[in-house]
Structure formats: structure tokens, C-alpha cells
Design a protein around this ligand. Sequence first.
Ligand SMILES: CCCCC/C=C\C/C=C\C/C=C\C=C\C(=O)SCCNC(=O)CCNC(=O)[C@H](O)C(C)(C)COP(=O)(O)OP(=O)(O)OC[C@H]1O[C@@H](n2cnc3c(N)ncnc32)[C@H](O)[C@@H]1OP(=O)(O)O
Ligand code: NDP
Length: 332
Amino acid sequence: MAAATIRSQTEFVRAGRKLLQPWFHRFAGLQSCSAPHSQFFAPSEGIMLPAGSFNNRVAFITGGGTGLGRAMTTVLSQLGAQCVIASRKLDILQQTANEISRQTGNKVHAIQCDVRDPQAISHCVDQMVALTGLPDVIINNAAGNFICPSERLSPNGWKSIIDIVLNGTAFTTLELGKRLIQNQKGASFLAITTIYAESGSGFVVPSASAKAGVDALYKSLAAEWGRYGHRFNIIQPGPIKTKGAFSRLDPTGTFEKAMIDRIPTGRLGKPAELANLAAYLSSDYASWISGAVIRFDGGEFVSMAGEFNELRRVTQDQWKMMETMIRSTKGS
Ligand SMILES: CCCCC/C=C\C/C=C\C/C=C\C=C\C(=O)SCCNC(=O)CCNC(=O)[C@H](O)C(C)(C)COP(=O)(O)OP(=O)(O)OC[C@H]1O[C@@H](n2cnc3c(N)ncnc32)[C@H](O)[C@@H]1OP(=O)(O)O
Ligand SMILES: NC(=O)C1=CN([C@@H]2O[C@H](COP(=O)(O)OP(=O)(O)OC[C@H]3O[C@@H](n4cnc5c(N)ncnc54)[C@H](OP(=O)(O)O)[C@@H]3O)[C@@H](O)[C@H]2O)C=CC1
């Protein structure tokens, strides 16, 4: 009996390894395929704004230790900002902060903070004030997500995403907003949401609900807090390959090709492209942009939305035949 249990456990582990091996390989280099026409849309990953655009500025980026947050921190730091990155895992934050500081020559500070906890945010802001003063740029980027049929979702599964994404963004924004108002200091707030904040999406229902809430929060505050010198903007990215996102949204790698097929520009976005847009929206060059929602998705959203867009698959011969049929129709 015991031997049978051990054998079945060993088999289970073996099967798991076999299943997971391609996963580890895929995320080791975060490579992705692309369609031939993506050659027309080659990414420009160099820094777009003039050097020194963020000199004497302080930028606070939640989730700045990994993925897109790390890319945005790198660009802002390269452009002269003193950056403060915050999230739960201090070791990862510190490593990222050291690497970026070394690369750019500008100090990046790491502060541990769980954005679900308003007291932790207040303590984090105290630490930031002591290190750098209040920020000029705030990027609410921290998030949590996983694909899950809604009927399998527990109350705590729902709550964990709402707490990170919607409450985390609200607590961070309110804490910093109030302190900035008290100090009569203007600032640029940017939220990273997603294209399905607009449409909703099955299988990521907590994330869709929370991100839609963040969009509403930022549009509302753009209207209310302009009088205090605050701008609020939103970037809604489409798929950009990061370990954090793809390990939770496409764990087997099965859907990546289908995703690329429906993106008119034939490829995924690049972290550096998003970082350039975020830097622009957070800069003085964008001082008249507030309340804007920028979709950044290579055309994926409209491609999925249009009733007739699947006709892209129709060949020239099939078009000839269909045109003949349509033209030959008489009456209604
Ligand atoms: C057609 C397919 C398309 C494929 C798409 C591919 C690519 C992407 C394209 C577009 C992307 C668009 C938007 C992306 C949005 C993003 O936000 S991506 C960023 C994702 N990054 C992260 O999630 C990083 C942080 N995440 C985490 O730390 C964890 O994943 C988590 C969010 C779960 C929070 O961790 P923690 O606080 O430790 O929570 P717990 O582990 O305790 O879990 C809390 C409850 O949630 C339940 N749960 C966890 N995982 C799952 C799951 N996979 N399925 C169901 N339920 C889950 C867990 O059981 C706990 O509930 P209970 O206490 O058990 O009831
Ligand atoms: N990559 C993509 O395709 C897309 C991403 N997005 C959005 O872009 C942003 C970045 O995602 P991406 O870089 O891909 O994924 P990551 O998983 O790399 O980034 C999420 C970050 O959030 C931090 N975080 C999670 N929970 C908390 C918490 N409770 N408190 C503080 N920080 C937390 C994580 O750090 P830690 O674990 O240390 O706490 C991590 O650094 C997210 O807002 C995501 O929704 C939107 C559309 C597409």
C-alpha cells in the first residue's frame, strides 16, 4: 500500500516536472513569436524624452521591482528622476534598485509596502518623505491577477485581487494626494490598468472589476483635484510579456500565438515602449493631459471588437466568389 502511494507520488512529481519544464524555459528569456507583418511595427526601445527631463524630480512607483514597473523606473531614473519603488518583496526591490542605480547613476530607493494595508502605505510615505520628500510623479502599477472560471473563485480569491488593485490604488492615491494637498505641491498620477477594464472579461472577473474601478477613480480625481495641481491619467496596456503576467494568465503558453494573431501589429508590446509612454505622460511635456485614458495594445481591442474583423481570413478567391454572389442578388 505504502509502496503504491510512493510510486504514484513519484509519478505525479515526474508528470509535473514534464509539464512545467517548457514553462521554465519559456520564462527564462521571455521570448515570444511574432507575425511577419510585425516588421512594419518594429519597437523603438530607446529613451524618447530629452536627457534630464526628470532632473530634480522624485518618482514613486508601486510594483517597481519587476516587469513593467521595473521598466518604468529604469526610464525615469535614466531621465534624471530620483525613484522610490515599493512592494511586498524587499529583496527583489533592493536588487532592482541597486541594478538601476548602478546603470543610471541616479539613486533608486526601495521601500517595503503592502498596498492592501493603508497603515503600511502611510508608513511607506513617511519613509519616502525622510529620504526624498514628497513625489512629483506617482505611478500606481502594483497588481495581482490570475485566470479562473468565476464558479471556482472563493470570496478570498475575489478579495485578494480587489484589495491589491482597487483598494491598493485608492489607499496609495488618497494618502499621497492628501499630503501633497497639505503641502500645496502639484503632481502627476498615472495608473496602469488594462484594455479589458473597458470591455470586462470572463475568467479574470476580479481584475476586470478592480481595473474598471481604478479607471473611474482616476477619471473622477482628474476632475476634482486639478485645482490642487494634480493630473491623473491612465494607460490601458494590451499584452506585454512579463513573468508576473504570463505565468498567471497563460501558464501553459497555449494562448500566446492566438493573442498575437489577433493583434493587428502582429506582436506583443515591449516594456520599454510602455515605459516611454508612461514617462511622457508623467512629464512636463504632458502638462495639459489629464483625465486621459490611453489604450496601448497594438490595435488588439478594436480587432477583437469589430463584428466583421474575422473576415481578415477570407482569401482573394473567396472574395471574388462572395462579391459575385452579392452583386447577383436582386431585390430584398
Ligand atoms: C486567452 C488567453 C489570454 C492569455 C493572456 C496572456 C497574457 C496577458 C495578456 C493581457 C494581460 C492583461 C492584464 C494583466 C493584468 C495583471 O494584473 S498582470 C500582473 C499579474 N501579477 C501578479 O499577479 C503578481 C502578484 N500576484 C500574487 O502575488 C498572487 O498571484 C496573488 C494575486 C494570488 C496574491 O498572492 P497572495 O496574497 O499570497 O494570495 P494567496 O496565494 O493567499 O491567494 C489569495 C486567495 O486567492 C486564491 N487563488 C490564488 N490563486 C488562485 C488561482 N490560480 N485560482 C483560483 N484561486 C486562486 C487563493 O486560493 C486564496 O483564496 P482562499 O483563501 O484559498 O479562499
Ligand atoms: N504584462 C501585461 O501584459 C499587462 C500588465 N498590465 C498591468 O501592468 C502592471 C504591471 O504588471 P506586470 O509588470 O506585467 O506584472 P508583475 O507581476 O511583474 O507586477 C506586479 C507588481 O505588483 C506588486 N504587488 C503585487 N501585490 C502587491 C501588494 N499587495 N502590495 C504592493 N505591491 C504588490 C508585485 O511585487 P511584490 O510581489 O513584491 O509585491 C509586482 O512587482 C499591473 O498593473 C498589470 O495589471 C496590464 C495589462 C497587460
